[in-house]
Ligand binder design. Structure first.
Ligand SMILES: *Cc1c(COP(=O)(O)O)cnc(C)c1O
Length: 472
């Protein structure tokens, strides 16, 4: 046996190679309250319940109680309307999947069911359509504001529609879709309407209390039938928890699953998982109880101040512009395309100790960099902006990344459906993604090449890359 302290030392060494999860330097993937007691409380609560199994709430009533408490807390934050029920899931994607599944199974007579989505909806809905065999009706958004177009959404609803989706706000641009108008159209057609508040649901209500002008998006809006809100985002809970709320128990029924048709226990599941660790649930319950409304209000105030300072600073930097009018804590900014490559700015930020997230161009959305701002960014806005200005200068000095036109033409003509694994391996090597040791330091040349690939080819290339990474 290896002594535990050696194993932990090895783990610490591995973790030292990761992006930092605390301190506000990683502006995607992680959410830092900046309060160390929140982390230690979450970890202690996780340890207390990680061996309990949410599969059977009668065997582990503590988990049942904690789940009901969390669902009640989310429901009270998102409109405080009577009758709202829900489930705690493993994350935003699972919450969105279950909303789609519930809608599909409520209409077994619809032969080829479809969901109506703005083109800015989270890819979790693409996954849901893929897994559950629904057609996706992708509705273009306003080309400038990136908000869903309610008239176009209404016109896309037909007899096959089982669900209409809007975001509060969208991940890519942080803009709020016009939920009341879209919900009214769904209600008129008798179709379910899901508000994806995975990233905004635990922060926008506090922004409103702080005096921000937050248009309505929760259960108070007539026609909204379900809402997803992630606890592992702006509720600052450890990873592995989200809540899916339904306006009524009747609407929730079709996302549940039961099977008595085997010799074992009757399998009764409220989510996609069956055995479910009590760890993430207990951690979230503890953090939510610890922080309470006053704690979240303070954290929202810090995140709001940080977002506003970073946004104003960005708007003053020549050559950069903020996309749309973000309402919460997310900012996407593009370059004016003049003499520098935006993805080089991301590399330069990385060299200065900051992670900002590259987003490829899609329809009217240009290539941009995404920032997820949290409470922990408050206090270091100036440092961030100074390093951003320096990164911009360095990217200008480096000049644009030029993809060899012959290579770009070759890549654009490839058909992912007919390429072999060997050809993919060759392409990955050519793109700089062939190394067994993971990613090179600078991503801009790779991103520039990937940007020339049509989306289906980019998906296949990156999946081949993923497969190569996940080879022990
Ligand atoms: C993060 C996010 C999701 C997906 O959540 P995961 O927890 O990453 O699975 C869905 N929708 C929106 C708007 C999000 O921001």
């Amino acid at each position: 046996m290896n002594p535990s302290e050696d194993v932990l030392a090895a783990l610490r060494e591995l973790r030292a190679g990761d992006l930092p999860t605390h301190g506000g330097r990683t502006l995607a993937y992680v959410y830092d309250s900046g309060l160390s007691e929140v982390d230690s409380l979450g970890a202690a609560a996780h340890a207390l319940a990680s061996s309990a199994n949410g599969l059977d709430p009668t065997a582990f009533p503590s988990l049942l109680r904690m789940e009901n408490d969390l669902v009640a807390a989310a429901a009270s934050l998102l409109g405080d309307v009577p009758g709202v029920v829900g489930s705690v899931t493993s994350g935003g994607t699972e919450s969105c999947l279950l909303a789609v599944l519930a809608a599909r199974d409520a209409h077994p007579a619809v032969a080829a069911p479809s969901i109506v989505l703005p083109t800015t909806a989270h890819a979790a809905f693409h996954k849901a359509a893929h897994l559950f065999g629904l057609r996706r009706i992708d509705v273009p958004v306003d080309p400038v504001t990136f908000r869903a177009d309610p008239a176009a959404m209404a016109a896309a609803i037909d007899d096959s529609t089982v669900l209409v989706v809007a975001s509060a706000p969208s991940y890519a641009h942080g803009v709020l879709d016009p939920v009341p108008e879209i919900a009214a159209a769904a209600l008129e057609r008798g179709v379910r309407m899901h508000v994806d508040a995975c990233i905004g649901g635990w922060v926008l209500p506090y922004f409103a209390r702080l005096g921000a002008d937050v248009p309505p998006f929760d259960f108070r809006v007539p026609g909204v039938t379900s809402i997803s809100v992630d606890l592992h985002k702006y509720a600052y809970c450890p990873k592995g928890t989200s809540v899916l709320l339904h306006a009524s128990a009747e609407l929730r029924r079709t996302h549940y699953f039961a099977s008595a048709a085997w010799p074992g226990y009757t399998m009764l599941n409220t989510t996609i998982q069956s055995t479910r660790s009590g760890g993430p649930l207990a951690a979230a319950w503890a953090v939510v109880h610890h922080l309470g409304s006053d704690g979240y209000l303070k954290l929202a105030s810090a995140a709001r101040e940080a977002t506003s300072r970073i946004r104003s600073g960005l708007e003053e930097l020549p050559g950069l512009r903020v996309l749309g009018d973000p309402v919460s804590t997310l900012i996407a900014f593009a370059g004016d395309g003049d003499g520098f490559d935006l993805f080089t700015v991301a590399d330069e930020m990385k060299a200065r100790g900051w992670y900002v997230q590259p987003q490829f161009a899609h329809l009217t959305s240009p290539a941009n960099l995404h920032l997820t701002v949290t409470a922990a960014n408050h206090g270091s806005e100036k440092e961030f902006l100074t390093d951003l200005a320096a990164s911009l200068d360095a990217a200008r000095a480096a000049g644009p990344v030029v993809v060899d036109p012959a290579v770009a033409e070759f890549v654009a003509a490839l058909d992912p459906a007919t390429l072999t694994s060997e050809q993919f391996a060759g392409l990955l090597a050519a793109a700089g993604l062939g190394g067994a040791s993971g990613l090179p330091e600078r991503m801009a040349p790779i991103n520039a090449l990937l940007a020339t690939a049509p989306a289906p080819l980019r998906e296949r290339l990156l999946l081949e890359f993923l497969g190569a990474l996940y080879t022990p």
